[in-house]
Design a protein around this ligand. Structure first.
Ligand code: CTP
Length: 399
């Protein structure tokens, strides 16, 4: 877990920093908020305290600020200093080396990477003084998430609006890169549901959101892997920085995964693939009687097919990881599934619980491999992804 100091300065975008803090936490980071006095005019420190579960630092000389987390201690323990929103004033202070409050002192005292998300009025943003200060900071390696264009709170239209919180979190994640343990590796991740058409207007699908597979793809990319994501129809946005192929049906996913598997070091089948697809009719089915009976046929079992191909020598180097969504006898079924599909690891989850697993942000799984089982406690899907990959890495090294 990385520690991020989130600097919040006095701009109207300060309220969006709350979302940035939450996004950082969701990505598995610990956040300490450092507010300037002006920022507290826009958002109360209590909001950040409740979200970050850390005391919020505002004044340099307030009681306690120099005891438990004083700026030198914080400066050496953070992995990133992110300032969102960063006003023209704080940018000027950082550039000039002025240290007249906690945040500006922290900037001078830390060796951690620094990321700014500026937000200000368009004319201020375009002012030569601000642009020069930013250029000075860039030469010192300070990174920036550019402000967006649009309608600004001051009533103007132009550049200066704080970047979207999600984009700020992604930019922060890039600066918080973990060790590149998967550099040079090729990973295929499947994610989301498949939709199987009944007729030209209807389909059968499932509630998978794709979030678990997306978190896995993102974590592999962060560790330096070259990732291909094969995603079924989801409304959740796939992560940036990975090559994404959209598919709809099990048959399309089968083709997309199998045709790429030969070059892959790992295939992770996190998708909830339909086991049966309706025998499709070309005309829309009209209402007729009280019941409708659908004829369905088996879809290709992608993971089992990969297992067979590997056993036949077609995929000599590919590690195979599957999921087992179960509602009872979770581990026993996962063990059986691992043998039957000839996979190296099955990530078993209990989908009978409505608060974890399918279509929610949290999960709790058991990793079943040849050498035994390992429980991964309830956590965000990013936490679970990390645990899964940490278990895959030694298997890869052995292969
Ligand atoms: N899977 C697959 N192709 C299918 C069905 C499932 O590749 N047609 C993969 C899933 O991506 C997952 C694993 O197989 O990694 C197990 O999926 P699950 O639905 O739990 O198991 P099933 O094989 O469908 O077994 P059952 O429905 O009998 O429990």
């Amino acid at each position: 877990m990385s520690l991020v100091a989130l600097g919040v300065t006095g701009g109207i975008g300060a309220y969006k920093a709350v979302e940035v803090a939450r996004g950082l936490q969701k990505a598995g980071h610990d956040v300490v908020a450092v507010m300037t006095q002006a920022a507290t005019e826009f958002v109360g420190p209590l909001t950040f305290e409740a979200i970050t579960r850390h005391r919020v630092i505002v004044g340099q000389f307030e009681r306690g600020a120099n005891a438990d987390i004083e700026h030198i201690a914080l400066a050496s323990s953070i992995d990133l200093l992110l300032v969102a929103p960063a006003t023209a004033n704080i940018i000027g202070k950082f550039a000039a080396g002025i240290a007249d409050d906690f945040l500006s002192s922290l900037y001078l005292a830390t060796r951690a990477p620094v990321l700014l998300a500026p937000a200000m009025n368009t004319n201020m943003w375009e002012h030569e003084a601000v642009q020069r200060n930013l250029a000075v900071l860039a030469t010192r390696g300070v990174k920036m998430v550019e402000p967006g264009e649009g309608f600004l709170a001051c009533g103007w239209t132009g550049k200066g609006r704080l970047a979207e919180p999600d984009d700020i979190v992604v930019a922060a994640g890039r600066l918080l890169m973990p060790a590149q343990t998967l550099a040079g590796r090729r990973v295929i991740v499947s994610a989301g549901p498949t939709y199987e058409d009944i007729d030209p207007v209807r389909y059968v699908g499932n509630r998978s959101s794709g979030k678990m597979g997306f978190a896995l793809a993102e974590e592999c990319a962060r560790r330096g892997a070259c990732v291909t994501l094969v995603a079924g129809p989801t409304t959740v946005q796939p992560p940036g920085g990975v090559e994404t192929f959209r598919v709809r049906t099990a048959a399309e996913m089968h083709e997309a995964v199998v045709s790429r598997a030969r070059d892959a070091d790992v295939v992770i089948m996190a998708a909830a693939v339909a086991d049966y697809a309706p025998v499709r009719v070309s005309q829309k089915i009209a209402k007729d009687g009280d019941e409708l009976v659908l004829r369905m046929a088996r879809t290709p079992d992608i993971l089992a097919d990969l297992g067979r191909r590997r056993a036949a020598g077609e995929l000599p180097k590919t590690l195979l990881v599957g999921f087992a969504a179960e509602t009872s006898d979770v581990v026993a079924r996962a063990k059986e599934k691992r043998r039957r599909k000839q996979a190296d690891m099955i990530v078993a989850n209990d989908v009978s619980r409505t608060d974890r697993g399918f279509d929610v942000d949290q999960n709790e799984v058991t990793l079943v491999t040849e050498s035994g089982e390992e429980a991964v406690p309830l956590g965000s899907k990013a936490d679970i992804a990390r645990a899964i990959i940490e278990r895959i890495e030694p298997l890869l090294a052995r292969a």
